[in-house]
Design a protein around this ligand. Sequence first.
Ligand SMILES: Cc1cc2nc3c(=O)[nH]c(=O)nc-3n(C[C@H](O)[C@H](O)[C@H](O)COP(=O)(O)OP(=O)(O)OC[C@H]3O[C@@H](n4cnc5c(N)ncnc54)[C@H](O)[C@@H]3O)c2cc1C
Length: 600
Amino acid sequence: MATSSRPHTVSRPQNLWHTPGVPSFLEDLYRGTFRWDLIHPFPVQDGADQQAGDRVLAAFGALLRERVDPTEVDVSQRLPTGLLDALVAGGYTRLQADPELGGLGLSSMNTFRIVQAAASWSMPVAQLLSVQNTIGVGSYLPALPPGPLRDTISARVRGGVISGNADTEPAGAANRRRMTIATPIEGGAAYLLNGQKVFTGNGPVAGMVNVTATVQGPDRDRVRVFFVDTSSPGFSVSAHHEFMGLKGFPAGALTFDNVRVPAELVMVEEEHNRRLTPELSRLIIRGRVHTIAGPSLAFGKLCLHWSREFANRRQVDDRPLGSFEEIQRMVSATLSEVFALETLAQWCLLGEDARDGERAVNLRYEQVAAKNLSSMTCWRMVDRTMSLLGAEGYESAQSKARRGAQPLPVERAFREARGLRISGGVDFQIDNWTSQVGIFWCYYPEPENARAIESEQVDVSCLDDADLTEPNLDHLRFTAHQVKAFARTCLALARRHPDPQELFAQEHLLIQLNQVASELLLMSLVLARTSRYGRLGPDSTQELADLYCAAARRRIDDLWRRITVEQPGEHASASAAWLAGDRWAHLMSDVLTETPPTAS
Ligand SMILES: Cc1cc2nc3c(=O)[nH]c(=O)nc-3n(C[C@H](O)[C@H](O)[C@H](O)COP(=O)(O)OP(=O)(O)OC[C@H]3O[C@@H](n4cnc5c(N)ncnc54)[C@H](O)[C@@H]3O)c2cc1C
């Protein structure tokens, strides 16, 4: 890769993930510094906190089993009557809120465990709870200063309000501009909201929604968050969404027709020029660990369980299915991926619960990475398990029940898992954004450690205190070297493209680079956690780490091959010709392309 050493003069874009003075393992990884000391010894959940979580989980599990028939919810597309009230009464809609507000005061890790448990039983319930607890109105409380907004939200939380976050609009969430407009009235004492939102989780059952809207100003437009009481005149639920999965989850299109919002119910935040406000952005990043990584891990664990159930009862020509080499590879791959996702969730959340005196680390970068790492890994696990179960995997649970077969709901999990790659942001676009905002933020302007990045020396002191088997030590050595190679590639790219926009036009390259960084992140975490458990004894996870890292290395090798070898290709001209309708009409021969009539 040719390089020039021209210094960069470009000013940095805004990066809300960076916290000055607080170290971040992944941010340093982007810069080519492998901070093993930040992740090792790997954190564990505090014993008392774990027990507090166990108690809530026991009661919550009982409520789920008693009140929710997950297959019936999926088929009827409706949550059981009275379930919402039961969830509110049990405090499950206020998992982290102060007990004084009727909340359970749970830690982030225990909140995750509740969402995971819900997803393992009924994904619509999990989605309702995770939206409510992580991006609903109550989640803003820690960021609100004393005043009328805080008082109003506190009162609504105390009253058991259900809420959701209305951001996506029909034109598409990726647009920087929000078409919902807030117009100041009454000399600035209130705003009139006009616009439409789509896919708002909990929208149809919410008493309050937080809505992003554009306030047009004399100098420039600003996006702000408005807290809207859904009993306000002009608010309506204009449609109920039905998804491939999540049947029964209340998601709706919301219309705001001259809805009056008092000025004190608008969150005024620091200046920003992004499509999401800083606080909403922070909540969504952490929230996705619950809404996406929680169900991803739950489905992975179910896949492990289902694989065992099926493989142990199935034979091929009198030979147990579990004795075939390929099946063993499939089961062990899922096993190692469940271990990896559990590790990722722990890393992303245990630090959130760190007490005074414990070392502060910035987890935002890892929380961003968790979205794709977990949903894509989940997708691999569910897809693999569906193949393992053959036709029984593809058949619905109710169909199996009708013929007396074991009704494992693999087909339902498959439908749910696909949505995890879309809700909260489409997978490839998250990679693309992360590369721009996270990785290359470190390279424009050129980083101070550019010379260290260029040097051939790799710090492998991590090997000294790692309690790992030889294969895992080799994975750790590989990771340390790869972190350096990764940074060298980024530095060379940034130098070759002094104007970042020129580099950012190469989206495919950026996406693949982010995938390399994410793979390196999860390998590091898996090795750090494994080192904590040691090499001996029943808790040792050395085999799982080796399995996971070996597979991750194959993916990394493949990504590098594509990054360095792939040629520009014909994608631009071929897709432009097709989209314009200019060429290859014969490829549509013999298919009926008109949209079929669909009853609404
Ligand atoms: C189950 C579910 C629950 C949801 N819950 C909520 C909720 O509670 N609140 C809420 O506000 N929203 C919610 N959403 C919406 C969700 O966040 C969006 O669907 C998601 O962010 C993608 O946005 P979009 O569908 O508007 O697609 P768009 O943003 O319009 O994107 C369309 C396509 O363009 C691609 N694209 C965009 N920019 C680029 C680019 N620069 N280069 C290349 N490709 C690009 C995207 O990746 C995508 O493939 C939910 C969605 C689902 C499926």
